[in-house]
Write a protein that binds this ligand. Structure first.
Ligand SMILES: NC(=O)c1ccc[n+]([C@@H]2O[C@H](COP(=O)([O-])OP(=O)(O)OC[C@H]3O[C@@H](n4cnc5c(N)ncnc54)[C@H](OP(=O)(O)O)[C@@H]3O)[C@@H](O)[C@H]2O)c1
Length: 263
């Protein structure tokens, strides 16, 4: 997609990657509706990016997603590109995860992209053009211990993206699923960072990841998996998951101590 003059809804726009994506889209001449729970941070973004609109909202409910989608449509006069970037993470042993956190994570990471797509799709169908970009994770293809709920939400997002892409294959609407590996943003708390160091987890700089996300959008990629060897492990896990069980066992034992707060 050539981003010039495209009407773009970006969720998670005030986050670590969101701010950088918003600036890159703006540089390319896109007209932006920026969505995030953090209204103050959105205000600062809109002040920085000439012509951008703020649409603050909590995406954890279907009702608010519908309101936010309608607000974005009216601010932009239509939508060409929806980027579902907002997300939350949790690093914990599953037995310690509060049920409310499980529900919230599924709402924000999986259902919000579905609710927003559902709300914006009819107008895209009427104009027979548009693109929906869902930001998943390598953990959406490799179930990762102590990120169990997060992995489940991103597996769901990958399935949603694949099915919707096939459903819309004969239309002018494209669906893209993008899976970064770990990125240095506020999403990863101190325990994740220390566990990442202890297990030698690869972590990318947000600017480099955003450059790849923008390139994937501009070249209409169906999906994109970032980082080597993680992108290879995605394929191996699909074919030989028992092999991956074994190769992650030592890492899981180290991660457990951090997830339980023992390190
Ligand atoms: N960082 C990584 O390691 C990594 C790796 C792979 C994939 N990803 C994916 O990349 C995306 C962006 O992550 P990031 O690293 O930029 O994270 P981030 O810095 O934490 O940004 C996420 C943004 O989403 C917003 N958000 C959270 N809950 C929301 C809600 N209920 N309603 C509206 N907005 C909400 C946050 O607002 P508040 O700050 O106000 O909560 C925040 O601005 C996520 O989907 C994530 O899963 C991240």
């Amino acid at each position: 997609m050539n981003l010039k003059d495209k009407r773009v809804v970006l969720t998670g726009a005030a986050g670590g990657m969101g701010k950088i994506i918003a600036r890159e889209l703006h540089k390319r001449g896109a007209v932006l509706a920026l969505v995030d729970a953090n209204a103050d941070a959105l205000g600062a973004m809109v002040a920085e990016l000439d012509g951008a609109h703020a649409a603050p909202g909590d995406l954890s409910s279907a009702g608010e997603c519908k309101v936010v989608a309608a607000q974005c449509q009216s601010l932009l006069g239509g939508v060409d590109l929806l980027i579902n970037l907002a997300g939350i993470n949790s690093f914990a042993a599953f037995e310690d995860e509060p049920v409310e956190k499980i529900e919230l994570m599924m709402h924000v990471n999986l259902l919000a992209p579905m609710w927003l797509s559902r709300a914006l799709l009819p107008a895209m169908q009427a104009q027979n053009s548009g693109q929906i970009v869902n930001i998943g994770s390598i953990f959406g293809s490799i179930g990762f211990a102590y990120f169990t709920t997060y992995s489940a939400s991103k597996f769901g997002l990958r399935g949603f993206s694949e099915a919707l892409r096939r459903e819309l294959a004969d239309t002018g609407i494209k669906v893209t699923y993008i899976a970064p590996r770990a990125v240095k943003t506020p999403m990863n708390n101190d325990a994740v960072m220390r566990m990442g160091e202890a297990t030698k987890m690869n972590m990318d700089e947000p600017d480099a990841v955003v450059a790849k996300i923008i390139a994937a959008i501009e070249t209409d990629k169906k999906d994109a998996y970032f980082g080597f060897p993680e992108s290879l492990f995605v394929r191996i896990n699909g074919l030989l998951p028992r092999l991956v069980d074994g190769s992650l066992a030592a890492q899981n034992r180290i991660a457990r101590a951090f997830a339980k707060g023992e390190k």
